[in-house]
Ligand binder design. Structure first.
Ligand code: 5AD
Ligand code: SF4
Length: 471
């Protein structure tokens, strides 16, 4: 049994890079044929992509997927720690599963993902959730077959959570959700240690995959006819820094672009590591989508300092405008936290000012959530929740205003759209533009997910646009 430990997780010394190839254990292959699994994923795209690996590993064991948890033999929760409500959702689901397990004694329940890396969560599971069969951490995902097999064979709770990142495992099987768009991890973990954020503790320090491994994966996606690839990492801009002297995110983006996949996206970018070379590459290649997620978190330099964000309002704006000026038609989205400990009304007004200046195309807005073990958790936080909720509402009114204004400017334009699905209404489809806008559109022609076509925009809403296929 390995338990999580934040003191260990916090250590920043560089570990030797150790790449290992995933080994299939043939002893457990198809051992659970005839059994079913239900996998619930919380949180970000990293977790969604991890779940694609988890599904493939469960299928290797012989489990078949079902969409109703009450019908499954095994239920696994891939959890998120980023804010308290993600926690609450997972514990709420555990409550429902406890009831189910009273009726269905053989039900196997497991928890993995970021919450598994939290010592307090694992303590709770050990004390109050003895009936949970297994827990494994983000660094132990590739051990899933042996952990599940052991939990079932020994009928004893299994907890496997390394506190610090281990080997970089390549060749873990993947069951991709789509056959036209795919996630590709390029870097794991985060070294930024923003003071509010739990990710550096749950996901470990930055570890880049070898460029050869990334490019090989993209090459296979091109071969298999994929149309869009999203390069993933907690901070993709730091790609390569831990393993190369002279190969950066800009070089990787360029190499991926040259492979000719029609659409390339990347997320998330910390403003600190966004280089001029990266901006030039994004501007140069038509298949790198003109869409950048650039979390600002706050418009007050005082709060940014307390957050440990390593930039000021002024330096952020300089970068923002550089990207806008150099990348034609670029859309920029952001993340904003209100109610960080000690945020005053003046600080908040600075955030509103910054939003008015940036006029974001999309923004994810949050109330600060205390995460145990992070430095911000210990700061005095005198602003009442009600006031923070009001700030969030005021912020949302301003961001929503600009979403609509930006969208209205697109009426009459033609945008390139990748079809994602068919709406309930006849001849209606939806998809995302190169600038990452949701477009609902009509087409007399029969279309399928993965098709790329031009759509003329006829109407604008706050979160979507309406259009018609261009003949
Ligand atoms: N409270 C509120 N929001 C947070 N985020 C990260 N940690 C917290 C927290 N403790 C937000 C940040 C980040 C996004 C993924 O989640 O805005 O960019
Ligand atoms: Fe968290 Fe900051 Fe790293 Fe983003 S950059 S994952 S907010 S520590």
């Amino acid at each position: 049994m390995h338990l999580p430990d934040y003191k260990e997780a916090r250590k920043r010394d560089i570990r030797p890079y150790h790449r290992v190839e995933f080994q299939f254990d043939d002893k457990v292959k198809n051992k659970y044929q005839g059994k079913t699994f239900y996998l619930k994923t919380y949180g970000c795209q990293m977790n969604e992509h991890d779940s694609e690996n988890i599904e493939a590993l469960l299928e290797f064991l012989g489990f078949a997927k079902v969409d109703d948890y009450t019908a499954a033999d095994l239920v696994l929760l891939n959890t998120c720690s980023i804010r308290e409500n993600a926690h609450n959702k997972a514990f709420g689901m555990l409550g429902r599963l406890k009831h189910l397990k009273q009726e269905k004694k053989d039900l196997i329940v497991g928890l993995c993902g970021c919450m598994a890396q939290e010592a307090s969560v694992v303590d709770t599971i050990l004390q109050d959730y003895r009936w949970v069969n297994f827990v494994f951490g983000t660094h132990n995902m590739y051990q899933l077959p042996e952990i599940i097999d052991k939990a079932i064979e020994e009928n004893k709770q299994q907890i496997e959570v390394f506190s610090r990142e281990g080997d970089l495992v390549e060749g873990v099987p993947v069951r991709r959700v789509n056959d036209y768009k795919a996630y590709v991890n390029i870097i794991y973990g985060c070294n930024k240690f923003c003071t509010y954020c739990i990710v550096p503790y749950t996901r470990g320090r930055e570890r880049s995959r070898l460029k050869e491994d990334v490019l090989k994966e993209v090459q296979e996606l091109v071969r298999d006819g994929y149309k869009e690839v999203t390069l993933l990492g907690q901070n993709v801009n730091a790609y390569g820094k831990d393993i190369y002297d002279d190969y950066t995110m800009a070089n990787l983006l360029e190499d991926v672009a040259k492979m000719g996949i029609p659409r390339i996206r990347f997320t998330t970018s910390h403003p600190w590591d966004f280089t001029d070379e990266m901006i030039d590459v994004i501007a140069k290649y038509d298949n790198i989508m003109p869409s950048v997620h650039l979390p600002v978190q706050s418009g007050s330099s005082r709060i940014l300092k307390l957050m440990g964000r390593r930039y000021t309002k002024e330096s952020y704006l300089e970068l923002f405008h550089k990207i806008k000026n150099k990348v034609p038609r670029v859309s920029i989205s952001t993340d904003i936290i209100v109610g960080f400990p000690g945020e005053t009304e003046e600080d908040f007004l600075e955030t509103l000012d910054l939003v008015r200046e940036c006029q974001y195309d999309n923004a994810f807005t949050f109330i600060f959530s205390k995460r145990e073990g992070t430095p911000a958790c210990r700061l005095a936080d005198p602003v009442p929740l009600k006031e923070k909720e009001e700030r969030l509402q005021r912020l949302n009114e301003v961001v929503n205003h600009y979403f609509l204004e930006n969208n209205k400017r697109l009426v009459g334009c033609e945008l390139e759209v990748l079809v994602e699905g068919i709406s309930d209404k006849k001849h209606m489809y939806y998809g995302y533009s190169d600038t990452n806008k949701l477009i609902n559109f009509s087409s007399e022609k029969e279309l399928k997910p993965g098709d790329i076509l031009m759509v003329k925009i006829v109407d604008a809403k706050t979160w979507s646009l309406d259009g018609e296929m261009v003949e």
